[in-house]
Design a protein around this ligand. Structure first.
Ligand code: SIN
Length: 354
């Protein structure tokens, strides 16, 4: 009998302690996992290198990481089963709608999206502009297929769920988790064809690090995103067509003219250096802008700011500069911007704000 070991005065004191029910342990956060395919769900075909993306279901990915049950209660939806080279507006819209619907449920703490790495930065930035919630959306992928030697997907998924379930992830916009790093949607870019450390933060650095589920946040996003965003897909049946034209030594005007002829309402120039382009292409871009096509000068260099009116007189041509956005992200912002205005000055402000 336990009382046998008490001093009698202690036992008497204990007898008078009122019964205190233990608080019920708070349940683990609930996280919705939306799956789209990619290499994280890929299976090798034949040797050590060949593989097929999007071969495994989201249930199979989760079953491969039983430790996830220590982090969160998961519910899942297979939204698509594609390699991210096939990501498109319809799937972006579906993801935005599913994330928004999930956040309407107060019990859902965050959303994790499994996604191919090739176009992850575009999807992440799109959702960063259209999902109006402080709750975290975390995109995760892998560079090695699920059946590869030393697959990176399981730890990336574990870390992504840990980030989505973490209170400090709120209000940081859409995040990308891979290789123990946490990236902001606006800053992240894929920079290597095969290595697991492919994602790099551009000028402004990492959001934080995550080490086997332990999280260290370092910084806050610098521009408007998610809950502060002015963009909505309501009433927008199709986003305006925006094409990217790559600049290079000796580039002519044909691709710009073809994009305009095909009905582009916006053009992003992946310019040389600080968003520059040769005289022939420049003349074509200027004509496009005068004809009402929104022309954004971005840079193919992978870093830095494209500034107004340095080598090119943007005021005279009616151009917009991409500021720090790389060409694919500039395209995303321009598509959404064109749902609000065709005025180059208004569009320019958006590029300085997001
Ligand atoms: C893809 O983007 O779907 C293929 C490449 C990858 O996921 O790493």
């Amino acid at each position: 009998m336990a009382g046998l070991f008490f001093r009698s005065d202690t036992a008497i004191a204990l007898l008078h302690v009122p019964f205190m029910p233990r608080p019920a342990p708070s349940p683990l956060p609930r996280i919705r996992v939306l799956a789209t395919g990619g290499t994280i769900a890929g299976a090798q075909t034949g040797g050590a290198r060949g593989y097929k993306a999007a071969a495994f279901s989201v249930e199979a990915l989760i079953a491969a990481v039983p430790q996830l049950s220590e982090l969160a209660r998961l519910d899942v939806e297979q939204v698509a089963a594609i390699g991210s080279q096939d990501m498109d507006e319809a799937t972006w819209r579906k993801l935005a709608a599913r994330a928004t619907a999930a956040f309407a449920d107060p019990d859902i703490a965050g959303v994790v999206i499994t996604h191919g790495t090739d176009t992850m930065e575009e999807t992440a930035f799109f959702l960063n502009l259209v999902v109006r919630s402080e709750k975290p959306v975390v995109l995760v992928g892998a560079m090695r297929p699920a059946t590869a030697i030393s697959a990176d997907g399981p730890m990336n998924l574990f870390n992504a769920v840990a980030v989505a379930a973490h209170a400090e992830a709120h209000g940081r916009g859409v995040l990308v988790v891979a290789n123990d790093e946490i990236h902001f949607a606006r800053e992240v870019a894929k920079t290597n064809t095969t290595q697991v450390g492919t994602f790099r933060a551009t000028a402004r650095g990492l959001a934080g690090l995550v080490n086997a589920g332990r999280i260290h946040f370092y910084s806050a996003p610098v521009r408007k995103h998610t809950a502060q965003s002015e963009f909505t897909l309501e009433g927008v049946t199709a986003l305006p067509r925006v094409e990217i034209v790559y600049a290079y030594a000796g580039a002519g005007r044909e691709l710009i003219d073809a994009a305009v002829k095909a009905g582009a309402r916006g053009l992003v120039i992946a310019g040389v250096g600080d968003g520059n382009l040769g005289a022939t292409a420049l003349a074509a871009a200027s004509e496009a802008a005068q004809a009402g096509v929104a022309v954004v000068r971005s840079s193919r260099t992978g870093g830095g700011v494209v500034e107004r009116n340095i080598e090119i007189d943007d005021d005279q041509h009616g151009f917009i500069v991409a500021d720090e956005l790389n060409p694919p992200k500039a395209r995303v912002l321009l598509m959404l911007g064109l749902t609000r205005s065709r005025d180059a000055r208004v569009l320019q402000e958006l590029f300085f704000s997001y």
